[in-house]
Design a protein around this ligand. Sequence first.
Ligand code: F0G
Length: 436
Amino acid sequence: MADEGEQQLTGELTISAEIWLVCERCGGRIRPTGSPGRCLCGGLYHVEFPRPAVLSTALFEQRLGSWQPLDRSGVWRYRELLPPLPIDRIITRPEGNTNLYHHPRLAEWTGCPDLLLKHEGENPTGSFKDRGMTVAISHARALDARAVACASTGNTAASVAAYAALAGLPSIVFLPSGKIATGKLSQAIAYGARIVQIAGEFDAAMQLVQEASSALGLYLLNSVNPFRLEGQKAIVFELLHQLGWEPPDWIILPGGNLGNTAAFGAAVMQLRAWGLLDRLPRLGVIQAAGAAPFYAAFRSGFRDFRPVMAETVATAIRIGNPVSYERARRAIEFTDGVVEAVTDDEILEAKAQVDRCGIGCEPASAAAVAGVRKLVARGIIRPGERVVAVLTGHVLKDPDAILQYHLSEEQRPLANRPVTIEPTLVALRGALEHAL
Ligand code: F0G
């Protein structure tokens, strides 16, 4: 069934003969010599490449002290676990090297004493998307692609725009009009992407970019592209490395288009198969209640999947028809994972908690923390278990959501309203009465 239906690009000879794309539906195999879209059977591809003969985690440890650009990247440091792309085509900022935080107030608020937050908002453009982007754009460069494109709820667009600018490639991003957080839209504009706003939802933008990619010969940088997922696996590699390769009991992440869920599943499956992991962490995927088709499917024992009309304050995960549903389902099944949903109020409350600890994140990321609290309350995360929640984006991505919470007419527990006063000490004393 598989066919190389994609446009061939001229740099294909630079791609190692060891790399293959395998369709997850029909099992067909093709060489990755074009922009990876869907197989003709409609399935998505994953990347296949051989395990190096010599492989040990000591190799990654040694690279920590190195100043070589590839060693400094929290993606390429793990290059033996990634497809062997030509080194001279790699575009890296470098990405990753994100911190693991513990904060006693968040531990108490969630009811999870051993809670660690992996802050992917510390990536170069402020979200985890950079990890996938460095791999996919390097593949695009190895093929001498002439332009790149994506549909996005904002963060992918910011990352595509930045990495395309680094590589000197034109980029085109398709955004649902009026539904993109200010920080992300500003980044995409600043980095020079051609921005096409779609009068419709993300899911419509996603459909259009897939058609445009094959009709106009654009290299597609959405997570249908399996090279994106290869890079995102490095979130798991790096967090395990930080924990001395001792897996936590849970890894909790927000789910939208479900590319990251798929990548996390692929990472643990690979580490297990390649002999680097003897115990599996369980995955917990958290969706916003207004955009929760994966949660509904999980509740049906994955017997039934229905796209929904998505609406949530967490615009990053405002997605009703996730592209990576099948892969994400396999990730949940393989890791004995769970899917949970949290309301917009729970998301904003969790975000205020994370922000007030001085760590800060965007709303979609806070869904993971709200999810930890809920899973603890439901007895699914058990006392004493170690949990890593992934904060996917930076606090400055969505300033409007911050103002919406803090300036709201409703009584919000952590609301922090600015005051305006006359420039006198008397007025200042009055204003600070309850603050000191
Ligand atoms: N968190 C943030 C901050 C995101 O930007 C996204 C997705 C997710 C979580 C969900 O990840 O889609 O892999 O399940 N943002 C995409 C974008 C859709 O276009 O930036 P997912």
